[in-house]
Design a protein around this ligand. Structure first.
Ligand SMILES: CC(C)(COP(=O)(O)OP(=O)(O)OC[C@H]1O[C@@H](n2cnc3c(N)ncnc32)[C@H](O)[C@@H]1OP(=O)(O)O)[C@@H](O)C(=O)NCCC(=O)NCCS
Length: 185
């Protein structure tokens, strides 16, 4: 388990944690001709929409209110999805910060013409920020990992968080340096 059972901020009450299973969600959808690309397989953007929808439902449930997508990274397409396939998008909270949450998503496809187990066809990690009625970030309950797998996902999400922040900082520093040197790009 993590040390994030509650979030304490000076002058504000603690927010009780919520277990991973409280917001875990599966969104299922049958693919149709309207979802295809020029090759006749399912367009990646259709899958990304389902991923964002499922992850958004998880973020909203966990945070108990509206949440907006701040970023989506490591979207991987592992196998083509075909018309007629039953796609299951499984999403759960991996990690929580002060106002943001990382949601991990796995995309599975049951082939309409095969009686084989569902195949994993994609995965992604999304960061959502919980927001108030004015769109300002608001605090989220800490997630309480329940299993060893949840705990591993929590620790891996922290690594991704560290890398996202470091990459953003390095790029901002480079831009400031180039601006100071007179570049106008
Ligand atoms: C996401 C958003 C609310 C962040 O607002 P902000 O003024 O930058 O606020 P902050 O800097 O305090 O960031 C809020 C949290 O989001 C995280 N965050 C912000 N941008 C991020 C990014 N690009 N990637 C990952 N995390 C990000 C911050 O680290 C912070 O997390 P923490 O409180 O857990 O430490 C704001 O940029 C926004 O409204 N973006 C548009 C969202 C949108 O329209 N999405 C698509 C439709 S849902």
């Amino acid at each position: 388990m993590t040390d994030q059972a509650t979030v304490a901020q000076p002058g504000t009450p603690e927010i009780p944690g919520k277990p991973t299973s409280a917001s875990r969600t599966t969104l299922s959808h049958i693919m149709t001709q309207a979802d295809t690309n020029l090759l006749g397989t399912v367009h990646g953007g259709v899958i990304m929409k389902l991923v964002d929808d499922a992850a958004g439902a998880v973020a909203g449930r966990h945070s108990g209110g509206p949440a907006v997508t701040a970023s989506m990274d490591e979207m991987a397409f592992l196998e083509p999805v075909r018309v007629g396939d039953l796609v299951h998008v499984k999403a759960q909270i991996n990690w929580t910060g002060r106002t943001s949450m990382e949601v991990g998503v796995r995309v599975l496809a049951e082939r309409w013409n095969e009686s084989t187990p569902a195949t994993q066809v994609g995965s992604a990690y999304l960061v959502f920020a919980a927001v108030d009625a004015d769109g300002r970030p608001r605090r989220v309950p800490p997630v309480l990992p329940e299993t060893e797998r949840d705990e591993r996902r929590y620790q891996e999400a922290q690594i991704r968080r560290t890398h996202r922040l470091a990459r953003r900082r390095a790029i901002m520093e480079l831009r400031e340096k180039r601006a100071a040197e007179g570049f106008e790009d």
